[in-house]
Write a protein that binds this ligand. Structure first.
Ligand code: PBG
Length: 341
């Protein structure tokens, strides 16, 4: 007897049929565009490893924000390159910090933009770590201002860092940032930030926590763009081990308990399984960050004519959506919105 063939190809015969039965759709409304703000005026300096992405002075950042908004991208996340760096990340929380200046200017010129502030200290610390550094107990035990010489002799101090993160968050909220997005991976930061925001009468400012942020090689180009590479050691003592999905669920659970309104997985493409597991388990809005290295890989291959840039860009974004992220932070935001228009 002939085996009856199930004809799934019936629904693939035309674009209108395929569109009718399409399970996942991309929309510009869910995209967030990252921007790097630097001192100066009229500065538009392309990041070597991220073609099409620039370090922008405040005036240029306003233009870029206006353009993103006109294309239908609702959100922008700001990163800062401060004038100077020190051991207490002054540039992160100073009221005239570079992100604070950019936030005020963008809110003034393009008030409809949903502004997110990345809360982390690495861009503002002379040593490039995301927290306060001190000599490890086995060497000295004392807190030191200057980073120790050898990579094995330091530790990132958790609880003292929380105070700086809270201070940074309040400062950003005061400058007009709509959503506070901590990306430092210190324990207890969401609770500390929530409390500080509430006390400063920002009870209505939501927290989007980078809940599961992995210690990833895919951040390479970002560290060039934001000048934030650690001067010694690496971030493995605070960012997550790439091997762990169950631990990611614990990170998310804790951040939600501490008061996170939305959660994020980062990077995106190499961690689609983590996104899917989080979607299954948690009901809070879920974001994913398609990071600098993911962008750079696609751009580099496209520049060699090895792949079709637009096609791969849209496919990668769709896959992040299909895995379960409703919000996508991506350097492709403007280009994708253009194609979706
Ligand atoms: C700050 C921060 C980083 C990224 C976002 N926030 C860098 C890092 O953790 O080293 C990476 C984003 C990207 O690669 O696009 N800690």
């Amino acid at each position: 007897m002939a085996f009856p063939i199930t004809r799934l190809r019936r629904l693939r015969r035309s674009e209108s049929l395929r569109s009718l039965v399409r399970e996942t759709r991309l929309t510009p409304e869910s995209l967030v565009y990252p921007m790097f703000v630097c001192p100066g005026e009229g500065v538009r300096k392309e990041v070597r490893s991220m073609p099409g992405i620039f370090n922008l002075s405040v005036d240029e950042a306003v233009q870029e924000a206006r353009q993103a908004h006109a294309l239908g991208v609702p959100g922008i996340i700001l990163f800062g390159l401060p004038e100077t760096k020190d051991e207490v990340a002054t540039g992160a929380w100073a009221s005239d910090g570079i992100v604070q200046q950019a936030a005020r200017a963008i809110k003034h010129e393009v008030p409809e933009v949903l502004l997110m502030g990345d809360v982390c200290l690495c861009e503002y610390m002379s040593h490039g770590h995301c927290g306060i550094v001190r000599a490890a107990p086995q060497s000295l035990g004392a807190a030191v201002a200057a980073p120790p010489a050898a990579a094995t002799e330091y530790e990132i101090v958790n609880d003292a860092t929380l105070e700086l993160l809270a201070r940074t968050s309040v400062s950003l909220a005061r400058a007009g940032i709509d959503i506070i997005a901590p990306s430092d991976m210190m324990d207890g930061r969401v609770a500390a930030i929530r409390k500080a925001l509430d006390q400063a009468s920002f009870a209505n400012t939501p927290i989007l926590s980078y809940a599961a942020k992995f210690a990833s090689g895919f951040y390479g180009p970002f560290r060039e763009a934001a000048d934030s590479a650690p001067q010694f050691g690496d971030r493995r003592s605070y960012q997550m081990d790439p091997a762990n999905v169950r631990e990611a669920m614990r990170e998310i659970e804790l951040d939600l308990e501490e008061g996170a309104d939305m959660i994020m997985i980062k990077p995106a493409l190499p961690y689609l399984d983590v996104i899917a597991a989080a979607r299954e388990r948690f009901d809070a809005p879920l974001a994913a960050y398609q990071v600098s290295g993911e962008y750079a890989m696609i751009e580099a291959a496209a520049r060699n004519n090895w792949i079709d840039r637009d096609r791969v860009m849209m496919e990668s974004l769709l896959s992040i959506r299909r895995a379960g992220a409703s919000i996508i932070l991506t350097y492709f935001a403007k280009d994708a919105a253009r194609l979706l228009a």
